[in-house]
Design a protein around this ligand. Sequence first.
Ligand code: NAP
Length: 308
Amino acid sequence: MIKTDLMIIGAGPAGCSAAIYAVRSGVKTMIAGGAMPGGQLLQTNDLENYPGFENPVGGFELMTAMHKQCKRLGVEILTDKIVKIEGEKTPFILTAESGEQYESMAVIIAAGASARWLGVSGEEKLKGHGVSACATCDGFFFRGKEVVVVGGGNTAFEDALFLSQFCPKVTLVHRREGFRADAVTVEKVKNTPNISMMLNCVIDEVIGQEKVTAAILRNVKTQEKTTLSCDGIFVAVGAVPQTDWLKESAVKLTENGLVQVDAHQQTNVSGIFAAGDCTEPEFRQAIVAAGSGAKAGISAASFINLHR
Ligand code: NAP
C-alpha cells in the first residue's frame, strides 16, 4: 500500500491546477492520469480563449506545459488509472487498474468527460472504420475524402474547420438551426467554401460494410430521408462525465452522472473533492476546469493540514 496525502484522479487542467495549489501548500501530491495523462485537451487543436497566450496554443502543448509545471513543483504523475475509491472518511483506499493500492488522506476527482455517441444503427460496428469522435486524432486518415461532422457546438464547428483544410467536402449536420458554438467560429465555418451545413437534420443510420460509405439523414421537420455519401463521420455531440466507476462508492452523483460538489468543491464525503468537467453541467471550458481545480486544491490542502 502506497501512502500519500492527496491523490488527484485525472491529469487534465482541473487535476493539474489542483495539484499545483496543493503541492505548494506542503501536501504530498500524486496525480493518477491513466495511460495517456491529459484529458480532452490532448484532442484539441488550437485554443484561442485560454488566457496568457497571444497566439492560439495547441491543446497537447498546453497540457505538456501543465505536466512539466506539476513535476517541477514535486507532483508525481502516475500513468495508472484509479478504478475504485473505498471509505467514507479519511484515509481513503484507492485501487488502480494495475492492482496497486493507495492510502490517501484526501482525494480530488477530476476525471473529466468522454465523447457522447449517437447510438444509431451502424455506428458501433463502424467505429474506427470511418466513425470517429476525434477529428484531431483521426482526421489525417481522411485526407482527400468527403466527411460529415455531427453537432452544433464548438467541437463540431472546430472539427469542421480542421477537416476542411484537407478534405474537399465537409458537411456539418445539426439537429436544429441554432448553434451552441461561439459566433466567431460559426462565422469562420460559414466563410469556408468547402463546408456546407444540413440543419434540422439527424443521422438515422450509418451505412457501410467494411467502412463507412454513407449516412442516412432525416430532416426532423419534414421527416424526409436522404442518403449522403461520405467516407467518414465525426461525431461531436458533447460529452458524458467519466463517473460510472464511482457508482459503487459513497460519492453522490447527480441524475446526469456529474459529481455533486459545494462551493468549496467538496463532495458529500468529507475529504473527497471534485473539479472540472466531471462536475460541470454547463461551462465545460479548460479555464473553468482549471479554476475549479484550483479551488479543490486549496480546499483539499486545508482539509489535510487540519487532519494531520
Ligand atoms: P456541446 O456544446 O454540448 O454541443 C453538443 C452539440 O451536439 C449540441 O449542438 C447539441 O445539439 C448536439 N447534440 C447533442 N446530442 C445530440 C444527439 N444525440 N444527436 C444530435 N446532436 C446532438 O459540446 P461540445 O461542442 O463538445 O463542447 C463542449 C464544451 O467545450 C462547450 O462548453 C464548448 O464551448 C467547449 N469547447 C470549447 C472549445 C474552444 O473554446 N476552443 C472547443 C471545443 C469545445 P443542441 O444544440 O440542439 O443541444
